[in-house]
Write a protein that binds this ligand. Structure first.
Ligand SMILES: [Ca+2]
Ligand SMILES: [Ca+2]
Length: 529
């Protein structure tokens, strides 16, 4: 799979276009919220982000029991395993149920062995969108949020930790991993404007390669609809993190959105090419963080990149929803999700996942992401009718999956799966991932048809390989470390270790001297603006 070596999509300058802000089914949503008298609490929490990391302070948040919930979700939500059935939304079932239904004679494990407490397998995705785009049905677009009056201050780039004394030498990575690319610099602004209407005009007139910047401030929503030829155009905050924008609707090709605080999510429409969402802070409390894309086959979104962002807080559904991604330019990447930090996701009854792939796509590259201090599910791939051709999930760190459901009664436990990959997938690899350690942490699940997939050099806490996706996956691979496994024909070179000697987990350094697992530390990355 090295032939799939990923080259980052152009993060540089781009041309521009304008768009008419067409905000979608938000009014009802906002109305519902205000009707619950929650607006103030929401704004406070969103502005400070405290709610996202300290749910106890904001338990009256908007996600539970609102009119919007009734529209967006099943009406009966006493438990997360009873989403209503529909042709597109298979009912969530427990692992034991699915294993019984599709029991494989070769799988002698009892349900208790294959169904760790709290494990949720086979969760259905919410009802699909209507296929009309635009206008968008309710689930497609986030409701416009009242802009926060006080955007969070830009985060200072973290400084690398001092070298640990007598730190073991980390072997060089087996493959050359790209570093997090530098964000657009303010000095690169070709022009700076101070309203979304001016931005729209500037983008419409901009030549490919241009960078239009927004001055410091809080703005409403943006719609980018005029396609731009390569290398596209960039809309950036003039000063990193000092401009807050609402929802961003992308229906034209060739846009990079960089270094903003985004409080309304990013939605990429069908048949859009070359969208880059780079080094933004994407706030919770909206429908999705980034939605790629509002379509189903045969429509698709080509060559999308989501890089270097921080996703902070739970959405009504997923922090990233990926549907029909496609490698249109033949560089081996259809959707690149790389170098992002994800925190604060929680299961709120909407099947809230950090990353969920629905429908088929091709050439998914999920790499070097940092998932921590979250709940719900982590990396979740399911429901594609045909194989995702080109599947790379490498060098990701998933730890401290310990946020409870909200409300806690939604979950029998909060240790939902950090890594759940349903086949069919083909021609790819899962390598050098470190998953399920720290506080909390559910069981990773691999299931379904895997074709030419390598699973090597990973460090998983708990891993289940089941037939709940229709078959037990067959993988090649070497040299994994794990604590507990079920149904897995453990590859050669694997070792059992329930307390791997991570270099400095208290400081987020989950590298191992053996070179297995990740080869980077979060503190050396630049997330967000
Ligand atoms: Ca591509
Ligand atoms: Ca979901």
């Amino acid at each position: 799979m090295r032939s799939l070596a990923v080259r980052r999509m152009s993060g540089g300058a781009f041309g521009i276009a304008v768009a008419l802000a067409v905000l979608i089914g938000g009014s009802a949503f906002a109305l519902a919220r205000s009707g619950q008298g929650l607006s103030a609490a929401t704004a406070v929490c969103k502005g400070s982000e405290v709610r996202l990391l300290n749910p106890g302070r904001c338990r009256t948040g908007p996600s539970v029991g609102t009119e919007a919930d009734a529209r967006l979700r099943p009406s009966h939500r006493s438990r997360r395993h009873r989403l209503p059935k529909s042709p597109e939304a298979p009912q969530e079932t427990t692992a034991s149920t699915e294993l019984t239904a599709a029991s494989a004679p070769t799988e002698p494990k009892s349900s208790s062995e294959t169904t760790p407490p709290g494990l949720a397998i086979g969760k259905g995705h919410p009802a699909k969108f209507s296929g009309v785009d635009p206008p968008d049905p309710a689930p497609e677009e986030p409701a416009p949020e009242e802009p926060t009056t006080t955007p969070p201050p830009p985060e200072e780039p973290t400084t690398p930790p001092p070298p640990a004394p007598e730190e073991p030498t980390i072997p060089p990575p087996e493959e050359e991993e790209p570093t997090t690319p530098p964000p657009v610099e303010p000095s690169s602004c070709d022009q700076t404007v101070d309203s979304t209407s001016e931005a729209a005009s500037a983008l419409a007139a901009a030549a490919a390669g241009s960078v239009v910047c927004l001055a410091d401030g809080t703005y409403g929503s943006l719609s980018l609809s005029s396609s731009k030829p390569a290398p596209g155009v960039t809309l950036a905050a003039a000063n990193p993190g000092a401009a807050t924008i609402g929802s961003v609707s992308v229906s034209g090709s060739g846009y990079t959105i960089a270094r903003f605080v985004i409080d309304g999510g990013v939605s990429i429409s069908r048949n859009v090419d070359r969208t880059v969402v780079d080094h933004n802070r994407i706030l919770g409390g909206n429908h999705y963080g980034v939605f790629v894309c509002t379509a189903e086959p045969p429509d698709q979104c080509n060559d999308t990149a989501i890089t270097g962002n921080v996703f902070a807080g739970a959405m009504d559904e997923d922090q990233i929803r990926a549907n029909v991604f496609h490698d249109g330019d033949g560089d081996g990447i259809g959707l690149l999700v790389e170098g992002n930090e994800f925190r604060g996701n929680q299961e709120r009854g909407g099947h809230n996942d950090v990353f969920q792939s629905v429908w088929v796509g091709d050439h998914l590259v999920f790499r070097k992401n940092y998932l921590h201090d979250f709940g719900g599910q982590g990396f979740f791939v399911k429901d594609q009718g045909t194989a995702i051709d080109g599947f790379i999930a490498n060098n990701n760190l998933i730890v401290d999956q310990d946020l409870p459901c909200e409300p806690a009664s939604l979950c029998s436990g909060y240790q939902l799966s950090p890594w759940q990959v349903f086949g069919p997938i083909a021609n790819g690899e899962m390598k050098h991932n470190t998953v399920g350690w720290g506080s909390g942490g559910g069981t990773a699940v691999l299931t379904g048809t895997y074709i030419n997939i390598e699973f090597s050099d990973n460090v998983f806490n708990r891993l289940t390989v089941t037939n709940s996706g229709g078959s037990v996956p067959s993988m090649s691979g070497l040299n994994n470390t794990y604590c507990d496994s079920s149904g897995w024909g453990v590859p050669p070179g694997s070792s059992v270790d329930c307390s791997p000697d991570f270099l400095n987990p208290a400081a987020g350094d989950y590298r191992l001297a053996s070179g297995r697992g990740i080869n980077w530390v979060p503190s050396a990355q630049h997330y967000g603006p």
